[in-house]
Design a protein around this ligand. Structure first.
Ligand code: FAD
Length: 759
């Protein structure tokens, strides 16, 4: 908020100096977002636009009635993410389809000038593919770029690219607008600017946009004066209750936090605070932690993000909603199915726990799937964590009250909407159990908002540090990388008491977790198998005790493998599942096409389905010619986590699988076929085995028109396999790196190199 207010007063100076009054101030923001990140960046731009004297029109790409690119003359800013295997987010699908139409002429968007921020994750194939596709097409259709495109990588932290990109955006937009005004006949003779570092607007004087520096006492004074009179964003955790209901968002009196704005200076240090009381030397702790910083950060001035404007009105009504069931899960695509069997596939404690569940889907004959398909499992938040959250909000005694969420009419948030994933007439308990991801890792904007509800000065300063530009490394180290949940953050900052509406504004939808089918309907009619590792989060600063992943921990508790009932069939509970839309991770339709499968650990799951399917196809087509099949599997120890060992060896015996290559990363001496290999020479990971068989792989892929499938861990394995394939192509075809990469990209394009990766 301070930054916002400061920018506002700076703006008046800027506007007088910079923007001739005839210059249009309107620009358009369009976003395509799967999980809400692109949307929240787009919304942030829309909010901040006002501070820069600009008028933003914000729309989602699927709201085509709200914008018209065919006639748009104002600068357009695209913020788009990429999902799955390089696909556009659901709400950008139609737009991308439309823009790709071959019938569009090369000057279709000649009138258009744009900037684009693409979000992606380098752990996955086709990094930022949706953004790149949109950009390619915009340029092919004559649109002109007015600001360099940003490619933000969630694998290392989006903010590394997003923050500087946003910083430079305003100058670029103003540059584009000024250029248009001064060049009315042909506003787009050329790009106005091509780098955030370059000044695209010769009309702009050298007035910096001035993020608030909390060490700058002059600035602080003037901002403080403004802040104290502006109670719009001031909130406290208190709320007033009435007989009809409890209004949470209306009851936000001027916050005591604002009254103590002076603490917002860098002289308040998390490390050294309160240590001068005894007159002794400041005590500086030896190590930084989630709640404690060391110099230089603890003494640094901070650039904190603008306070996200509140936009929801939440009230609780004393209507007992105890009868509420999993109502919104009862749509036609979600089925409640019993767990028929649960088998632990691993032994010992030196390996991750892998479990196989068999679901009985026979009650839903339409629920058919093919090997390679995946499906969603709907899991609730952990009951103990929901209780802790209720406790933290001071709302335990109201958990069965009905929640009413509506739009705060006075909000400054552009495009504000009541989240679509909050159904009407639900109880508070239901909301926290089934609708909101209370395990979410709080984004910096959320931490920024929490500052306003934190009473203790030291804790406030630390939260400011964690969301500041200067604290980016510590945010990654203590919040993002360990996957700290919002509840864990609240526990670590006990004086922080956010109101319920803030949580609803910032917590994303509780997403179902996808799993790959590990069976074939042909072999197991009416059944659906899947395999998963129980995800473990270890203890860290802010998490005194380790915990399990949300869904895998829940499934583990449901089947409770330690108890004898695990083997008995009908004692097991039911879960809600839904098949995911059709995918391209499928067996070749031509039986004679050879294929290679690479699936270490639980990545083997879809290949069990492939091989079961192939087994039936062989039985049904004894005369047919079948392409050769290879499986590269990897695990730690032969006798602990070699998943599906018997079944895989059975496939080899029956001839369904021609080559089974297994690598053990932790066994000292290993048998490869009948040969004993020493630990020096033995392949430790799947990619080593691929290298050993490079000649055959090349032949299958490049001479026999075969396919290669990779499934499993996105973070390391898929990258290593990808690099190994490039290496294989390089050496086998005697080509350089670039040529090898192109060959692999060609295979991907032809859908002969397919990935189903996660993590
Ligand atoms: P959460 O509480 O959601 O925590 C997940 C976090 O844990 C991640 O952010 C990541 O940082 C970390 N993590 C550590 N190890 C893993 C891991 N192995 N997988 C995911 N996250 C990890 N998982 C399977 O075990 N078997 C499958 O067949 C399978 N198929 C999938 C198919 C698709 C198309 C996709 C997108 C994912 C698939 N996953 C599969 C991953 C699965 O959906 C879940 O993400 C995983 O089980 C963790 O869920 P959770 O709720 O327990 O963890």
């Amino acid at each position: 908020m301070l930054r916002k207010l400061f920018s506002r007063c700076m703006f008046e100076t800027r506007q007088n100096l910079k923007m001739p009054c005839e210059v249009n101030t309107r620009f358009v923001i369009l976003y395509g977002s799967q999980k809400g990140q692109a949307q929240s960046i787009a919304e942030g731009i829309a909010v901040e636009a006002e501070d820069h004297g600009l008028v933003a029109e914000l729309s989602c790409l699927n709201q085509s009635e709200k914008y018209n690119l065919e006639k748009e003359k104002a600068p357009v800013v695209f913020i788009v993410s990429t999902t799955g295997d390089g696909e556009p987010p659901d709400n950008a699908l139609q737009f991308v389809k439309g823009i790709k139409k071959k019938t569009l002429s090369t000057d279709h968007y000649k009138h258009l000038c744009y900037a684009l921020l693409a979000l992606g994750d380098t752990n996955y194939a086709n990094f930022c593919n949706c953004g790149k596709t949109i950009e390619r097409r915009l340029q092919a259709l004559g649109a002109k770029q007015f600001y360099v495109t940003g490619y933000a990588d969630d694998g290392v932290g989006l903010e590394v690219v997003v923050d500087p990109w946003l910083e430079g955006l305003w100058k670029a937009i103003k540059g584009a607008l000024s250029k248009m005004a001064s060049d009315k006949v042909d506003p787009l003779k050329g790009p106005v600017g091509d780098s955030p570092k370059q000044d695209p607007d010769s009309l702009l004087p050298d007035v910096e946009l001035n993020l608030l520096s909390l060490n700058d006492h002059q600035n602080c004074k003037s901002v403080r004066a403004l802040a104290i009179t502006d109670s719009k964003y001031a909130r406290t955790a208190s709320y007033s209750a009435s007989d009809e209901g409890t209004t949470l968002s209306d009851a936000r009196p001027a916050s005591p936090v604002l009254a103590s704005q002076s603490h917002d200076t860098a002289s308040v240090s998390t490390a050294a605070s309160d240590t001068h009381k005894d007159g002794g030397a400041p005590h500086v702790p030896l190590a930084a932690s989630l709640t404690c910083s060391l110099p230089p950060l603890s003494q640094s001035s901070l650039n904190v993000p603008a306070l996200p404007p509140p936009y929801l009105h939440v009230s609780l009504q004393d209507v007992d909603s105890r009868e509420q069931t999993v109502g919104h899960l009862n749509n036609e695509n979600v089925h409640e199915v019993p767990i028929e069997r649960a088998i632990q596939l691993t032994t010992g404690d030196l390996v991750k726990t892998s479990l196989l569940l068999e679901l009985d889907t026979s009650a839903y004959p339409t629920m058919t799937y093919l090997p390679g398909d995946s499906f969603d499992v709907f899991c609730p938040n952990r009951a103990t964590e929901v209780e802790d959250m209720l406790c933290r909000l001071g709302l335990q005694d109201k958990k069965h009250h009905q929640v009413h969420v509506s739009l705060n009419k006075d909000t400054k948030k552009k495009g504000a909407q009541v989240p679509s994933y909050i159904p009407p007439s639900i109880s508070l308990l239901y909301l926290l159990t089934w609708c909101l991801e209370i395990r979410t890792v709080p984004k910096k904007a959320f931490l920024r908002a929490l500052v306003e509800h934190t009473g203790d000065t030291v804790q406030r300063r630390r939260l400011q540090e964690l969301c500041s530009k200067q604290g980016a490394t510590e945010y990654n180290q203590y919040v993002r990388d360990p996957g700290l949940s919002i509840l864990e953050v609240l526990t670590a900052f006990p004086s922080c008491s956010p109101p319920l509406c803030l949580l609803i504004e910032h917590l994303p939808k509780l997403q179902p977790r996808p799993y790959s089918a590990a069976s074939s309907c042909l072999k197991h009619p009416g059944k659906l198998h899947f395999v998963f590792n129980v995800v473990e989060f270890s203890a860290c600063s802010g998490r005194p005790v380790g915990r399990r992943g949300l869904c895998t921990g829940w499934l583990f508790d449901l089947i409770n493998p330690g108890k004898p009932k695990c083997s008995g069939s009908h004692a097991l509970p039911k879960i809600h599942v839904s098949l995911r839309p059709k995918c391209s991770f499928r067996l070749p339709s031509d039986l004679s096409v050879p294929f290679v499968m690479v699936g270490p650990g639980t990545g083997v799951a879809p290949f069990i389905g492939f091989l079961q399917q192939r087994e039936k196809e062989r039985q049904d087509n004894p005369e047919a010619v079948f392409g050769e099949t290879w499986l590269f599997f990897g695990c730690r120890y032969r006798d602990r986590d070699y998943l599906f060992r018997e079944e895989l060896e059975g496939f080899v015996t029956s001839g369904v699988l021609d080559h089974l290559k297994v690598s053990f990363s932790r066994d000292e001496l290993e048998m490869e076929g009948n040969e004993v290999t020493t630990s020096v020479a033995r392949p430790r990971y799947v990619q080593h085995n691929l290298l050993l068989h490079r000649q055959q792989i090349t032949e299958i892929l490049l001479k026999k028109n075969g396919c290669l499938y990779v499934c499993g861990d996105a973070k390391n394995m898929a990258k290593d396999v990808n690099d190994t394939l490039i290496e294989i192509i390089k050496t086998q075809l005697q080509v350089d790196q670039l040529e090898a990469m192109k060959t692999l990209a060609g295979l991907r394009e032809e859908k002969r190199y397919l990935q189903d990766i996660w993590g």
